[in-house]
Write a protein that binds this ligand. Sequence first.
Ligand code: HEM
Length: 541
Amino acid sequence: MHSLNALVHAASSIVRQLPPTPSFCISKPSPNILSFAEFDISPTTGFIPSTIPLRRLPPPYGPWECALDLVNCGVDSVLALGEDTSPDGLAKRESGERWRQNIRDMPVLPTEPMEGCIRQQRRAHLVLAYLVHFYIHSLAPSTSIAPVVPAPLAIPLVTISHALGIAPILTYADTVLWNVTPKNIAQPLAPGNIRILTNFSGTDDEEAFYEVCAQIELFGAEALHIMAMYQNLNIKDTYRLRLDTLCSVAACLGQITTHIEDLTTILKGVHNWCAPKTFYDNIRPWFRGSSSGPIPWVYEGVTAAHGWKEEWRTLSGPSGGQSTLMHALDAFLDVDHSMEKTDDLRTFITPRKGNDRSFMRRMQQYMPAVQRAFLDHIGGSSFPIRQFATSVSNSISPNAKEVVNKYNSAVIALRKFRDAHLKIACVYIVVQARKAEAEATFMSPELAVAPRLPPAPSGCPVSAMLLRLVAEGDADLLAVCPISGMNIKDVPSAPAATPPSSTHQQSAKSAPVIGTGGTDVVSLLRSCRDSTSRAIVPTPR
Ligand code: HEM
């Protein structure tokens, strides 16, 4: 097991003393006042429940827990990915089929006894959703037969999902928020005291991947406090230019910027603990959702009476895009991913080709309903912080200018988070996909009918990928490659490409790499970054 101590150390070292609470000008409490309890948010752990997630369901649900025990055990798992043709993968095919048969033979257990017990319902969602992904992705891949989620999993999963208001598939809530427990149970859950309960591959890398996300959530709890502080200022238009109001808002913005920068530092740490190849080959294939294959999954025996919704026919797998914390930061700063808002000093940006403007909105169906309600609350603020910044942007008061500058710094910090994230997605997914493609071609050149990339520059393939993005106009990525440490500007330019073969001549570009959310990864992440930039409030010259 890797020691995660250094990660923990790095994360702990960025815990900062909050600056002294500014003297807010609080008017009478309004119905808009933000109460954490109402949204099931913990003051210390944010969207991770403050009552530690249940580690096991009560005995009547033993069959589910036992089925999970047989696969949540790394190399000892009775299962392998259906596409795994390694000797180990082939050796597990028989035991895998026996495991799946046992699932099919299980009774459909009633979920009514869990009603009113949120911890049991969350644990049930986690267990059933992991079982579904283990079941479906251990089947032999087929392009003509729809994968069937058997009724003993499908019916209780849909019923529980309906109760929680979350999609009936593995979500970020299952892999991160409800998948943690304290390593030292005598101490509370904290950045240095996290153990991951369930994973697919049994690798330290997978645990570290979830742990980085959990660290972000735990650190993010502070950002939620700042959102609450702002909301509870209950600013009225009449006193928005008062000195104490301006100072309070500037203080909130300064603090939120620091927190976003901390989240970026934690995100970047993923490189130390999770190897891109392990992520791509051994972890990510298990995440694929029902929309990722040629035919969507069929949830056997499920009807509208179980709470089934038509939009659940095609669902994505878990993604950081489902983190309510990230959506809350967007909502607080009024980042508009739909690109619909045009009348509030937002810079016009031509949407990129393939821009999926509804992605972030769609991701919200993978959050528990209570967390979605929190986003609506933040988004519905009576005086959104961006509107505040725009409303004072023409003022000559230095304090008003300070608010606009601080608002823009917060947006830039969020954009830098997305820059770092885009690079990570390139390293962990796009580059790995291209390498896998190149290896497949090398092994069997006759497979080379798919359109291909032109040869990458020699040296670090990640730098090469980033260089390509820069060549396509992504100047923000002119930075140090997170893997090789090479400055992208210093990457040698590509040697003259060998003349393409007649097959390759069909197209110089590879098909886009698709994320677990079912969209072109690079276009999507660049669009999210663009919509963040659009929030910047122009300052008068
Ligand atoms: C190895 C680490 C990571 C990789 C490879 C990765 C990859 C991706 C990919 C491919 C997407 C596109 C949507 C999809 O297909 O799901 C995505 C979206 C997203 N991810 Fe990650 N991710 C990583 C870590 C994280 C972490 C730790 C967070 C923070 C909690 C995060 C937050 C997001 C957000 C907010 C989106 C939506 C797009 C955006 O807001 O820019 N990711 N990620």
